[in-house]
Design a protein around this ligand. Structure first.
Ligand SMILES: Cc1ncc(COP(=O)(O)O)c(C=O)c1O
Length: 354
């Protein structure tokens, strides 16, 4: 592996890469349906749900689109404190929904009080929010926000993007009462890009039945009919599903609690190192991501020189996202990355700083 300390795509274990080289199967065959069934079963553990988990041939943005198309006839409250929350807002708007923006300063968390205030002013069918803002390194308090939505607007469906955290951080779909929880394959699940997974609640499925213009490809109602037969409406990315089968086995074999602790240990190490070296942390204290650290470039380091130096040592980190480029850079600690890889990276960064 060539440690990619970037927030996706991340390194993929060689056994998982190799699983993709299996011969094709007809997707309408018993053999494939068994694999698909196994994957959806195992995936439920990651989402902490007893509900259905859809496995789609798409990236996470596709399921952001599915969420608003299936669950809102009109009204969406889009919570934003970073680039990916903003994207979901744009996805809602470009699908013709009446999306209202609840935006807080980037680097700060979305807090339940702000959500409660918005919900007091207007009734929304759907609220969208990002659990782990990969651009800013903020982890939003989704459990508390969900509790607030249940209290102030119990009919509002809660849609959560956990693209860069599910599988690295505990997110409890059923216990927190979430309605749609989505992720992509190429981040904490440490698979190649190309699959997106979403768990969906019963009440969200029931609501979707009455929503017009759900489209075809991402119609959850159509997808469920096929899922009940361990299948998909259209041809799935078979090779990626072979890899998913192997990787879910590895993830569950590691143990979810062990995996979550590994992520939080790596996060603490990177964050402590940054502060000890006079660098800043973009995310507010108490809300820092467990899977990616957005470092404020207070030392004015030349990011390109830094990354060239790291690449000469077979490693790489990521620049800031969008408008945060240059002002911040990002060190991801997700997927297959181990604390010892982080130590190697930080030793090289020490060398660069010296
Ligand atoms: C939090 C978050 N949401 C959504 C996306 C978009 O996901 P994808 O590239 O899988 O469509 C990303 C990608 O980095 C992300 O980090």
């Amino acid at each position: 592996m060539s440690p990619m300390f970037v927030p996706g795509p991340v390194d993929v274990n060689p056994a998982v890469l190799a699983a993709q080289a299996q011969p094709m199967l007809p997707h309408r065959s018993k053999e494939f349906e068994e694999i698909f069934q196994r994957c959806s079963e195992k995936a439920r553990n990651l989402f902490f749900t007893n509900r259905r988990v859809f496995i789609t041939t798409a990236s996470g943005t596709g399921l952001q689109e599915a969420a608003v198309r299936n669950l809102a006839k009109q009204t969406v409250l889009s919570c934003v404190n970073g680039a990916f929350g903003k994207r979901w807002y744009e996805v809602a708007q470009t699908n013709g929904k009446q999306a209202d923006l609840l935006e807080v300063e980037w680097g700060q968390p979305l807090l339940p009080e702000a959500v409660a205030e918005a919900l007091r002013k207007k009734q929304y069918e759907v609220i969208t929010l990002v659990h782990n803002e990969t651009s800013t390194g903020v982890q939003n308090p989704v459990e508390q926000i969900a509790a607030t939505v249940h209290e102030f607007s119990p009919d509002t469906l809660i849609c959560v993007d956990a693209v860069s955290s599910l599988g690295g951080v505990k997110i409890e779909m059923d216990a927190w009462g979430l309605d749609l929880l989505l992720t992509s394959s190429q981040k904490c699940l440490a698979l190649p890009p190309g699959l997106a997974l979403a768990a969906v609640s019963d009440r969200a499925m029931a609501y979707a039945q009455g929503v017009p213009n759900r489209g075809w490809y991402f119609d959850l109602v159509r997808m469920e009919k096929h899922l009940n037969k361990d299948s998909t409406p259209a041809t799935p990315a078979l090779s990626l599903i072979f890899a998913l089968d192997v990787q879910l086995e590895r993830i569950l074999g590691e143990g979810l609690e062990v995996r979550f602790k590994r992520h939080s240990d790596m996060a603490s190490r990177v964050q402590d190192w940054s502060l000890a070296h006079g660098l800043g942390l973009f995310a507010a204290a108490g809300y820092r991501s467990q899977t990616v650290t957005t470092v404020t470039n207070t030392l004015n380091l030349d990011f390109y020189r830094l990354n060239e130096f790291l690449m000469a040592h077979d490693m790489r980190i990521a620049n800031g996202y969008g408008s945060l480029k240059g002002k911040t850079f990002r060190i991801a600690h997700m997927g297959e990355t181990q604390l010892e890889h982080i130590e190697t990276l930080l030793a090289s960064m020490n060398e660069f700083l010296a």
